[in-house]
Design a protein around this ligand. Structure first.
Ligand SMILES: [Zn+2]
Length: 257
């Protein structure tokens, strides 16, 4: 067996508590080791996503953010710290992730991604996590994922409400982000305008990390076709069925597939 197809003693110990789960086991851990995920945005959602995926042993994390750390970020963006203020979010996150798990390979995208560089970044991974904070980025990321047939774990949180779903273009029954939100929504609002509580983005980001681990390691039932709505004020979770829109201009029959 080659080095790539087994886990060494250090890895067996580091990941022992999840390898114990029959749904993951050594095979699932190896699948994580050979997986690559792209995280778009290293803010409130991207922080727990990056921390948990690095800690869980996802082999390669590609980090995209063109922003730098600001004092107003630190109330919720827990991958960064006070000493990182002014530093690029990608560099700040890479230092923290490397400290947590030196075995994870890290790739940096420090500039804003245009259509071509976004398509290349999506093509280079197995799964994408949208942790951005604006509608135009979400639409662009979705279109790139549909074009490249890559699963997209999408989360959002604003004020005291969170939303989460998984869009998997490899499945004929899966809607895409545009099927749901194509007509625009409150996603136009950003946290800098509307405000948000830290544990809520932590919750949504943690659920995104969980969905990503399930898809990459191959266990459980994903959120494909379901939209999870979180009401932080009342501590309530609700679920909506969501369907593919046959007339969707991104994933529908008329979109040139
Ligand atoms: Zn669609």
């Amino acid at each position: 067996m080659s080095e790539q197809n087994m886990l060494n003693d250090d890895e067996l110990l580091r990941y022992s508590r999840q390898i114990l789960l029959p749904q993951i086991d050594v095979d699932g851990q190896l699948r994580l080791k050979h997986s690559r995920a792209l995280i778009i945005g290293l803010g409130g959602l991207g922080s727990p996503v990056a921390l948990y995926l690095a800690a869980a042993g996802v082999g390669e994390l590609h980090l995209a953010d063109f922003d730098s750390v600001d004092l107003t970020n630190l109330q919720r963006q827990i991958v960064h710290d006070t000493g990182s203020i002014g530093r690029s979010k990608v560099d700040s996150a890479m230092a923290r992730l490397a400290a947590i798990n030196p075995q994870v390979r890290l790739q940096a995208h420090r500039r804003a991604l245009d259509a071509d560089s976004l398509a290349a970044a999506v093509a280079a991974v197995d799964l994408v996590l949208d942790c951005s904070d604006n509608f135009s980025t979400r639409e662009a990321v979705n279109a790139a994922c549909v074009a490249a047939q890559k699963p997209l774990v999408s989360g959002a949180a604003i004020r005291l409400e969170g939303q989460l779903s998984v869009f998997d273009p490899r499945r004929a029954d899966s809607p895409c982000y545009h099927c749901l939100y194509g007509h625009g929504s409150e996603a136009e609002l950003t946290c800098s305008e509307a405000g948000v509580v830290g544990p809520l983005v932590g919750l949504v980001g943690s659920l995104q990390a969980l969905e990503a681990l399930k898809l990459l390691a191959g266990f459980g039932e994903s959120l494909v076709g379901r939209l999870l709505l979180i009401d932080a004020l009342g501590s309530r979770f609700r679920e909506l069925r969501v369907k593919r829109d046959p007339a969707c201009s991104v994933c529908g029959a008329g979109s040139g597939e």
